[in-house]
Design a protein around this ligand. Structure first.
Ligand code: UDP
Ligand code: MG
Length: 320
């Protein structure tokens, strides 16, 4: 590979993005032009099933700074991003989505803020174009709930679109957890951070890779990774249900003594379903955390790299 260490690294996770990669490569190469002689662009293919890898290799032949990493299977956005971050060698690391929802042209402004001494400059979505009402509403709610629960403030309405310093990145890479919620990890890392507002463009081509299931998983990863409060909530719920059953018990006893009436089966059924509901919810919350302990305890590697492509590129299969 190159002799001098790159100053700027760009990391882009790509899953089934063959249609956007040519434009992405073009715009990124233009955006890094002022630093072109000491920059690298790492496109991480997250187990795509379309022509993404071929598109990355083609981009690498066209633009000297572009290199590709191919994961052995689909591991998800956050892991693909982590793979790129671990491979990045720059002093400043710029990350963005492959679908061009995050404009690469903002790099210049972000670099200028970094020059002022910031360690993290994250993009804050002032407006989201071309995304459905459900996506916007759920994202809005997600960042508010997360902040209400999390012990560290996590900037609202941000994504992973950001530039970070080497020491901020090293801090995040020193965190060994398997469930990666990268933007939260940067928030937790600390250092000087600042947001830069931008308008999030609609996806350039293709579909979102975050269907509802992936969104829920992402949200629970974030919540359980950054807060133990749901567990405390479960305990409070348990106390609350004890109180309710104690009061109902008193009511039953006194109404039997004074009026010789016992309440009918309807109230019993209601109480049973109420308490079993609470029990299942509490168990579910605990299960979520236990599941995560299990995943963490296994300490599996997050990903494997199956192929690499270097700039001006002969694609070299990784020798194992
Ligand atoms: N992505 C990935 N692996 C996945 C899902 C997504 O690498 O399993 C990438 C995707 O190619 C894109 C980024 O993560 O570059 C964000 O995904 P997407 O744009 O679909 O999310 P949205 O913007 O709809 O939230
Ligand atoms: Mg997107």
């Amino acid at each position: 590979m190159r002799q001098i260490a790159p100053y700027l690294s760009v990391v882009v996770p790509c899953m089934n993005e063959e249609e956007t990669i040519p434009e992405l490569a073009r715009r990124l190469s233009a955006a890094i032009a002022p630093w072109a002689d000491r920059a690298e662009i790492l496109l991480v293919d997250d187990g795509s099933t379309d022509g993404t890898w071929a598109a990355i290799a083609a981009a690498g032949r066209e633009f000297p700074q572009i290199a590709g990493l191919r994961l052995s299977a689909n591991r998800g956005h956050q892991v693909a991003l982590t793979a790129g971050l671990e491979a990045a060698k720059g002093q400043r690391i710029f990350m963005l989505d492959a679908d061009l929802q995050d404009p690469p042209e903002l790099l210049r402004e972000m670099m200028a803020l970094m020059d002022q001494g910031y360690d993290v400059v994250f993009g804050r979505r002032a407006q989201r174009k071309g995304e459905g009402l459900f996506k916007k509403a759920s994202a809005y709610l997600f960042y508010r709930v997360l902040n209400a629960l999390s012990d560290v403030p996590i900037p609202k309405d941000t994504g992973d679109f950001r530039i970070v310093s080497r020491r901020a990145l090293d801090a995040v890479l020193a965190m060994p957890e398997r469930a990666r919620f990268v933007r939260g990890m940067f928030a937790w890392a600390g250092y000087r951070q600042i947001g830069l507002e931008y308008v999030r463009e609609p996806r350039r081509a293709g579909e979102t890779k975050y269907p509802l299931r992936a969104m829920l998983r992402f949200a629970t990863d974030a919540l359980t990774g950054f807060s133990a409060r749901p567990l405390r909530f479960a305990i409070r719920l348990a106390f609350f249900s004890l109180l309710v059953s104690f009061l109902t018990g008193l009511y039953v006893i006194f109404s039997f003594i004074w009026f010789s009436t016992a309440p009918g089966w309807a109230s019993m059924l209601l109480a049973m379903s109420f308490f079993s509901g609470i029990q299942l919810l509490t168990l579910g919350i605990m299960g979520e955390y236990i599941g995560r302990i299990y995943m963490e305890a296994k300490k599996r590697p997050l990903y494997f790299i199956s192929e690499e492509a270097h700039g001006h590129s002969q694609i070299e299969p990784l020798r194992i």
